[in-house]
Design a protein around this ligand. Structure first.
Ligand code: TYD
Ligand code: MG
Length: 464
């Protein structure tokens, strides 16, 4: 029989090409293409092979919600949807060094303390290294079963006998090695086949498996996205390594809501939960400085207040810089264009630096109004009202648009002692009345021009 033709696969994006190349044509990454063992020429669907008819059932029927085992770390349990589901597979993805092993060791110890059997298999670190970390975390007495291994055949044989385990951690999937596949650990085919094998074991032995996956710089889970659809839940652990905050974000969850987040702080002795992130993100806010505005944001179902900071520096010649940390730079350009075209506020002779304080990354368009407030405040060199929060999306004509869950944002603001909120004007039609918490006054804004005029009014000068 003729040898099946070779296939080459990009480790970054998963694209398949018939020949090797230094650079992947699909995603543009260099040195990511490697040969993959050809799929065995399967039998295909033979007409005569015996097949079993499927027993279709009604959609209506009684199904109990999946049983869950809370890990005992509230911020993690929230993102999981209430705890670990037996026989489920969770992918914990994040940059190397962000704290994935730390989080899982703490989770494992917490489960073990609750009397559950937990197996921790490290393919990256030797037993001594894991022990040292446990010592640092004050968990050296935790009753977990620890092994350093990468050979999937050994791991599978050991896990077959672990039917009473609640959680099995594989740290990391990129180090796993299946000897039947002719490529190195970390390659697409190894990662895919190892994950498949481990997930199959979890389903048959009914423990929850947590796979650690390192993410490449462009955000793809190295070796690659294929993992995301194989597992039941995908959690990203993210944060700026220069900051102590870490955010655990659920991006897929077959057993719970996505978009939930958990907030942690990396301390000397491991990850500490942050039950009230707003207070922490605002802790270092200085009152009377121009260019700062508090955004009443929402992460998943969770309201969160963060400070948006903006600095303008004169740049008389050349093209001005726009530097953004924690937000979308395309959106900043759009807001600058709207401010210039619709409100006559010209900032093209200034460098603009925008920063979300605390190292948080915001994706919500609802931050537009807070960003504009910070920009206008910087341009006018006038602080925004320190007792005010901002939220609202800005459209291309400069109109301020409604955003979801205004009431939870307002409640959070009131809880933290804010006195007023600047928010989109409600259009009478179809909007139900907004409940303003006691002690919070609402300032509704219909167009960005109103905000610019307000600042210009306070400085007594024209901003443009
Ligand atoms: P780690 O969990 O090893 O990251 P990952 O598994 O995602 O690669 O965490 C590594 C970083 O966390 C390391 O730079 C040191 C820091 N760290 C602390 O600050 N405090 C601690 O108690 C621990 C265990 C780690
Ligand atoms: Mg690690």
């Amino acid at each position: 029989m003729a040898k099946p033709p070779a296939r080459f696969v990009c480790a970054a994006c998963g694209a398949v090409t018939p020949k090797w190349a230094g650079r992947c044509e699909t995603c543009g990454e260099w040195n990511t293409i490697a040969e993959e063992a050809p799929a065995s020429a399967g039998p295909g669907l033979h007409k005569h092979a015996a097949a079993r008819k499927l027993a279709f059932v009604d959609l209506a029927g009684s199904t109990a919600p999946p049983p869950r085992t809370p890990v005992g770390i509230a911020e993690l349990d929230r993102v999981l949807g209430g705890g670990l589901v037996p026989a489920s597979a969770v992918l914990l993805a994040g940059d190397p060094g962000i704290g994935k092993s730390t989080l899982l060791l703490q989770a494992a110890a917490s489960l073990a303390a609750g009397g559950h059997r937990v197996l921790y298999i490290s393919g990256e670190e030797a037993i001594e290294q894991v022990r040292l970390r446990a010592l640092r975390l004050g968990l050296s007495q935790a009753r977990l079963e620890l092994a350093a291994a990468i050979n999937l055949r050994d791991i599978a044989a050991s896990l077959e006998a672990a039917r009473d385990a609640t959680m099995v951690v594989i740290d990391s999937i990129q180090t796993m090695w299946l000897d039947s596949i002719d490529s190195a650990p970390g390659t697409v085919s190894q990662v895919r086949a190892s994950a498949f094998e481990l997930i199959r074991l979890a389903k048959s032995s009914r423990f929850a498996i947590v796979l650690v996956g390192h993410v490449t710089k462009d955000g793809a889970i190295a070796g690659p996205r294929v993992l995301e659809h194989m597992v039941d839940a995908v959690l990203y652990f993210e944060g700026d390594r220069g900051h102590q905050f870490r955010i655990l974000r659920g991006v897929k969850n077959r057993y719970g809501a996505t978009d939930e987040i958990g907030v942690f702080e990396m301390t000397e002795s491991g990850l500490a939960e942050v039950p009230n992130p707003s207070a922490l993100f605002l802790a270092e806010r200085r009152g009377n400085v121009s260019g700062s505005a508090v955004f009443a944001g929402l992460e998943g179902t969770r309201p969160m207040l963060v400070e948006v900071q903006c600095l303008l520096a004169p740049n008389p010649g050349g093209s001005p810089r726009r530097s953004v940390i924690g937000w979308d730079s395309g959106r900043l350009s759009m807001l600058l264009a709207v401010l210039e075209t619709r409100c006559g506020l010209r900032l093209n002779a200034s460098d603009v630096y925008l920063n979300i304080a605390g190292g948080l990354r915001i994706g919500e368009p609802a931050a537009d109004l807070a960003v504009v407030a910070a920009l206008v405040s910087a341009a006018a060199d006038q602080p925004t009202d320190p007792g005010m929060v901002f939220f609202g999306e800005v459209g291309l004509s400069g109109e301020v648009r409604q955003v979801a869950q205004a009431e939870s944002r307002l409640k959070e603001a009131q809880k933290l002692g804010f006195l007023s909120a600047c928010l989109p004007r409600r259009i009478a039609r179809g909007n139900r009345p907004l409940f303003a918490p006691d002690g919070l006054t609402l300032q509704e804004i219909g167009h960005l021009g109103d905000l610019v005029v307000r600042f210009a009014g306070r400085t007594g000068q024209s901003l443009s």
